[in-house]
Design a protein around this ligand. Sequence first.
Ligand code: GLC
Length: 550
Amino acid sequence: MVDISPVAGVPWWRSAVFYQIYPWSFQDSNGDGIGDLRGIESRLDYLAGTPAALGVDAIWLSPIYPSPMKDFGYDVSDYCDVDSRFGTLTDFDSLLREAHRRGLRIIMDLVLNHTSDQHPWFLESRASRRSAKADWYCWADGKALFRRPSNWNARFGGSSWTWDPSRRQYYLHSFLKEQPDLNWQHEPVRAAMWKVARFWLDRGVDGFRLDAINWLGKDLRWPNNPLRFGLRGYTRQDHRYDRDQAAAHEIMQELRQLVSAYPDAVLIGEAAADTPGGPAAFYGHGGDELHLVFDFRLLKSPWRADRFRRFLSEYVPAIPKGGWPTIVFSNHDQPRHIDRYGKDGDALARARAAALLLFTLPGTPFLYYGEELGMRNARLRYGELRDPYTKRFWPFRPGRDPARTPMQWDGSAQAGFSTGRPWLPLTPEYTRVNVEREIAEPDSLLHLYKQLIALRRASAALSCGDVSLLETNAADCLVYERSARSADGRTERMLIIVNFSGRQLDVNLPERVGQTRLLLSTSCYASQSGPMGKQMRLGPDEGRLIQLDV
Ligand code: GLC
């Protein structure tokens, strides 16, 4: 693979732009209404390798392994194959080859905490207390007749314990009952899972996104969690014993060691918003755990300048040396950010300003398919829902299906996604919000994403430079500078200003910023370039990218 980093010696994943593909929903090639690997391959030109492409550097594929799909692939029944809905291992190899040919890397989703209850490991473990895999999962006797081993609640509702009549014991599941938790304190489990990691790395994948790492360690004496105030079962407990134990860090260290034999591979962790010590904890000391960790505090944040300021003043500085932040606003578990930010304002203006943040805040950006178009959350009827978690809390929580609808390629019957009936309905806006249409419109969100990705790629300051926050008169504006020294000794400096309010704002920049030149405004109405003064008037929810010292 070519080195895409604009700064020599900087690992590729620091300056890369990642694109998350939810395989069910990207492109269907065989008319069954479900996306697949051949479909993804047929759309690679959209992502990379041609001048017209979006210009991303890596794809994160949500799980493609064989699965009963109770949790849409996060319940794996075979870690070393591809689910027949998505294709075959041969299709995967072809996708990987074609992606690499375009300079596009692929990272897989590795689900470590649990398997499907249909995985042969679990079938053997549940068969008898004397089976060779008896200790591969978290089994426990009840405390007394009909009393569960502890009060632990599952993330997706209900108790974390389910009674198994054949073993006459309970098994632990931190998510759905069809997702039994592996026992990571049992050495053969680690060995088996590390074999899986090598299987994919040897095949040529470029790293892993690690699912639900907070749950990898638990107190195997099963003490009750203390209770606290909360609205539903899961939040009514202080999760002191069922997650966030030291073992999770040991496991990440082991994996990091394994991956060090593959110098370019990247490890990206999914750490919950309430991880003790914040996501920073999973970078380890001296870089001995993960390369990148998602920050859910930013991912769940509303459209407020103080929240983003906090990201810069607190969360970024907390990351240990050698670590690097991530910037993510949407994924397959959260409502899309265009609606989260747009709840009480101009959704599109905010999505445009958010794009500027995504590509200029310090860290590696992750896009969720369709966000570059401004795809919205679908309003679904109960009968249309597929995800058990979404069904369980409907209509009180938005759930996950609304953000998982098919990619919108064009204005034709199924938006170019499938010739069959899509597994989830399209959003009604698809005739207007789609790739074909946005390619034709110079002011589209898609063009803004492309433009920002290109600017970022050409700028060491934006992709891997230092950051400093600037104080101004306007509390609703976030103002920060990115800077980097280039090989010829010159310092490149970029200033970013985002107005988080729905009003016009006058911002006075400090004298020391020097000469300014506007490179880009996220407002379709603003003048697009030219010299500027230290005082500027920003439109509602407008973001500006300004070059300094020109
Ligand atoms: C992660 C995944 C989510 C899944 C859960 C259990 O949070 O992102 O989709 O349901 O883990 O595997």
